[in-house]
Design a protein around this ligand. Structure first.
Ligand code: SAM
Ligand code: SF4
Length: 332
């Protein structure tokens, strides 16, 4: 490692990069996408080699954790090979991935062999019909088989991610926790964020705060607050009844987690997005395409970008679109 590190204008050390490897997805989750989606033409997206080069430069600048996401990262051909190359970067402590689980039955084993350290798997419902409604195109048993394949492959500290929506899946919170306990997984509950225009429901009416989730959990379990962190935005609690399962809360609306922000995101178009909840971004694509071998220019652009990272997002509970990008563009 070069000894250089990334620090933003508010003295926050930035050492976590989330990279979207595709905007495409085999699901159309109601909070993330519209039913009819238009995806980017291939010429406008980074090649996997370009994604690797950005990862390499970030790691040279002190990045310790990288998460591959999307869209659905596992539908991009070649993604396992990318994992292998990124996992081998000297200095990187952890390579993670967020996935909807649809491809894990066949890919869990190649992924662990590639050096990928950890998986987050989205799971919003355990009821077939509701799962179908929320994902529009997803198949629950395929995802559960994928989760079981991940456990069989030997992945540790796997976490389930659940976006909670009032009147949709809030009645399943404790069943999802039971599912996590039975498989010795962690689980995080996420407040829906106002990213991109969706038409299927009103985000203001489905808003269900993390505090409400905790009240629901307290009907069945005893929550114990903990100071643990995985270097992401989740705040963790333990359950007295099941000490091996951590319950996390990602609360962008009700609890501002910006003070300790340590991350930036790369979109699959090559834009470095400096805050999930703001539009500030730096376009790395021209540098990557103009001078493919030049790491100096790329690293200078990354260092410069730190100056424009905003202090905080401005999410509020409402139906107004506060950021025009949908989540699949930015990488959740
Ligand atoms: N396709 C993968 C998946 O679903 O896990 C990775 C990409 S997805 C955009 C990453 C995470 O963002 C998922 O856990 C998803 O539930 C969450 N997400 C998507 N749109 C969201 C929104 N508007 N508010 C909160 N979370 C959202
Ligand atoms: Fe696809 Fe993930 Fe968005 Fe669902 S949340 S539509 S699985 S990218």
């Amino acid at each position: 490692m070069s000894g250089r590190i990334l620090v933003d204008a508010f003295s926050r050390r930035i050492d976590y990069l989330r990279m979207s490897v595709t905007d495409r997805c085999d699901f159309r989750c109601v909070y993330c996408m519209t039913e009819e989606m238009e995806f980017l033409p291939r010429s406008q997206i980074l090649s996997l080699d370009e994604v690797y080069r950005v990862a390499e430069s970030f790691v040279a600048l002190g990045t310790r954790k990288i998460r591959l996401t999307g869209g659905e990262p596992l539908i991009r051909p070649g993604v396992v090979g990318l994992c292998e190359r990124v996992a081998a970067l000297p200095g990187l402590k952890e390579l993670c991935m967020t996935t909807n689980g649809s491809q894990l039955k066949k890919l869990a084993r190649p992924l662990i062999d590639s050096g990928l350290n950890r998986l987050n798997i989205s799971l919003d419902s355990l009821e077939n019909e509701r799962f179908g409604e929320l994902t529009r195109t997803g198949n629950l048993s395929q995802v559960i088989e994928g989760i079981d394949a991940v456990i069989a492959a030997g992945f540790q500290n796997t976490k389930l991610n659940c976006v909670v929506m009032k009147g949709r899946n809030d009645g399943e919170i404790n069943d999802l926790i039971r599912f996590a306990i039975d498989r010795q997984l962690d689980i995080s509950f996420i407040e829906e964020m106002p990213l991109g225009a969706i038409t299927e429901h009103s985000r203001a009416t489905t808003y269900f705060s993390s505090e409400h989730v905790r009240q629901r959990i307290a009907e069945r379990y005893t929550l114990i607050e903990s100071a643990e962190t995985t270097d992401g935005p989740s705040r963790y609690w333990r359950l007295a009844e099941a000490p091996n399962t951590r319950v996390g809360f990602i609360s962008p609306q009700s609890h501002n987690f910006c003070d300790s922000c340590n991350r930036v995101r790369l979109t699959v178009e090559g834009r470095l997005v400096l805050c999930l909840g703001q539009e500030h971004a730096v376009d790395l694509m021209p540098i990557l395409r103009r001078d493919p071998g030049d790491r100096v220019l790329l690293e200078e652009a990354i260092i410069e970008s730190m100056k424009v990272k905003p202090y905080r997002h401005g999410f509020q509970v409402s139906d107004d679109v506060q950021v025009v990008r949908l989540m699949n563009m930015t990488g959740g």
